[in-house]
Design a protein around this ligand. Structure first.
Ligand SMILES: Cc1cc2nc3c(=O)[nH]c(=O)nc-3n(C[C@H](O)[C@H](O)[C@H](O)COP(=O)(O)OP(=O)(O)OC[C@H]3O[C@@H](n4cnc5c(N)ncnc54)[C@H](O)[C@@H]3O)c2cc1C
Length: 341
C-alpha cells in the first residue's frame, strides 16, 4: 500500500500553502483537488493590502505575516520556475475630502502621498489619491504550477471511502497519518467539521479592457488589478445572503456603476464570474487537527485575505504537526470546539 504522511483535500490558496510548508518540512503528501471553477482561489485578485477600514489601520499581524508571505512566494517562484509575486502600489482614489483627510491623519509605514497624478485625464479624482504599498499574487499561475509540481490528483475526494484506522487513515489504497481538509466553501458539507460555524460570502468580479496600461492596483469603491495587455480584474462584491453561486445581473450593474464613477476612459466588459469566500465567524484562519480525532484536520477560514494569511497560518500548522509547537490561539481550530462544548 502507498504510504504518505498527510492527505490534503483541496488545493486552493490554503491547500497550496499548507502543502508547500509540509514539503519544506520533509513530509510526504498526496493532494486531491477537483478543480471546481467557482473556488475562491480561482477568482481572487490576489491582492495583499497592508491597510483596511475607514481609518486605514494596518491589518491584523501584517508586520509579521507580510515578510513571511513575500519570502514564501519568492521561494516558491524559485522552485516552480514561474513568477507569482509582484510588489504593487495601490492607488487609492479618494471619493471625498474626508477620505483624503483620514488617510493623512493615519500615517502608516505603507502609506504615502503621490508626487504627481499618474492618471490625469483617465480617472475621476477631484480629491486626489494616496498610495499604499501592497502586493499581488498571481494565483492563476501559482495554483496550476504547484499542482503539476506535486502531481495533485484531479478528482473529487469521496468522504464515504475514507477509512479511519487505529493508526491513521486509508483512502482507496493510500495510507496516511491524517487527512487535512482545505476545501474552502465546501467545508460546511464536511462530515467531521461541517457543524462548525462558517460565514461564507459570495463575491463577483468582472474582467474588463481599458484603453490604458498600468502596473498599479487602482481603488475607488471598485478595485482594478492589472492582468496585462490592457485587461483588468474589476471587483468585487460581498454578499452573505445568496441562494446560488451564479453571477448575477445586479452585481454586474453595481460594479459597472462603480467603474463609471472611477473611469473617465471607456471600458469593455469581457468576463463576469462569481465565487464564495470561505470565512469563519471571527474572520481568522482555522487550523489544526480535530481535538477528538487527530486523524482529521482542517485548514480553512481565509476569508478575503487568503494570500497574506495562508503562508503564516500554514507555517504555524506544520510547526504543530512536526514538533508540537502551539498553534496561535486566534487561528487554532480548538477555539470553536471549546465554544461548542
Ligand atoms: C471575488 C473574490 C475576490 C477575492 N480577492 C482576494 C484578494 O485580492 N486577495 C486575497 O488574499 N484573497 C482574495 N479573495 C479571498 C480568497 O479567494 C480566499 O481567501 C482563498 O481563495 C480561500 O482559499 P481556500 O483554499 O481556503 O478555498 P478555495 O479557493 O475555495 O479552494 C478549495 C479547493 O478545494 C477543492 N475541493 C473542495 N472540496 C473538494 C473535494 N471533496 N474533493 C476535491 N477537491 C475539493 C476545490 O475544488 C478548491 O480548489 C477573494 C475572493 C473572492 C471570491
Amino acid at each position: 500500500m502507498e504510504t504518505v504522511d498527510y492527505i490534503l483535500v483541496g488545493q486552493g490558496v490554503a491547500g497550496t500553502l499548507l502543502g508547500w510548508e509540509m514539503q519544506q518540512a520533509g513530509l510526504k503528501i498526496t493532494v486531491f483537488d477537483d478543480g471546481r471553477a467557482d473556488a475562491a482561489s480561482r477568482l481572487a485578485a490576489g491582492i495583499i493590502n497592508p491597510v483596511s477600514g475607514r481609518l486605514f489601520e494596518v491589518s491584523w499581524l501584517y508586520d509579521t505575516i507580510y515578510p513571511l508571505a513575500k519570502a514564501t512566494y519568492h521561494a516558491m517562484e524559485a522552485v516552480l520556475g514561474v513568477p507569482v509575486f509582484t510588489d504593487r502600489d495601490i492607488w487609492n482614489v479618494w471619493a471625498t475630502a474626508q477620505m483624503r483627510n483620514a488617510f493623512a491623519a493615519h500615517p502608516t509605514p505603507y502609506s504615502v502621498f503621490p508626487e504627481g497624478d499618474r492618471y490625469a485625464g483617465l480617472l475621476e479624482a477631484p480629491f486626489g489619491a494616496g498610495i499604499v504599498k501592497g502586493a499581488n499574487v498571481d494565483l492563476a499561475t501559482l495554483l496550476p504550477a504547484w499542482a503539476s509540481h506535486i502531481g495533485a490528483r484531479r478528482e473529487t475526494f469521496d468522504m464515504t471511502a475514507l477509512e479511519l484506522k487505529d493508526k491513521g487513515v486509508v483512502y482507496k489504497g493510500l495510507q496516511a497519518k491524517a487527512v487535512i481538509f482545505c476545501e474552502g466553501a465546501a467545508s460546511p458539507q464536511n462530515p467531521w467539521f461541517g457543524k462548525l460555524k462558517f460565514h461564507p460570502n459570495k463575491g463577483e468580479a468582472l474582467i474588463i479592457r481599458l484603453p490604458f496600461e498600468t502596473t498599479d492596483i487602482i481603488k475607488k469603491g471598485v478595485t482594478l488589478v492589472p492582468l496585462g495587455n490592457k485587461t483588468y480584474w474589476a471587483g468585487a462584491t460581498f454578499a452573505w445572503d445568496y441562494t446560488d453561486i451564479s453571477p448575477t445581473a445586479a452585481a454586474r450593474a453595481h460594479i459597472e456603476s462603480q467603474l463609471r464613477q472611477l473611469l473617465l476612459a471607456p471600458f469593455e466588459v469581457t468576463g463576469h464570474r462569481a465565487a464564495v469566500r470561505p470565512a469563519g465567524p471571527d474572520r481568522r484562519p482555522m487550523a489544526g487537527l480535530h481535538p477528538h480525532d487527530p486523524r482529521l484536520g482542517i485548514f480553512n477560514g481565509m476569508g478575503s485575505k487568503g494570500c497574506s494569511l495562508a503562508p503564516w497560518a500554514a507555517r504555524k500548522f506544520v510547526g504543530n504537526l512536526i514538533s508540537g509547537e502551539a498553534i496561535p490561539p486566534e487561528i487554532d481550530i480548538n477555539r470553536f470546539f471549546r465554544a461548542l462544548r
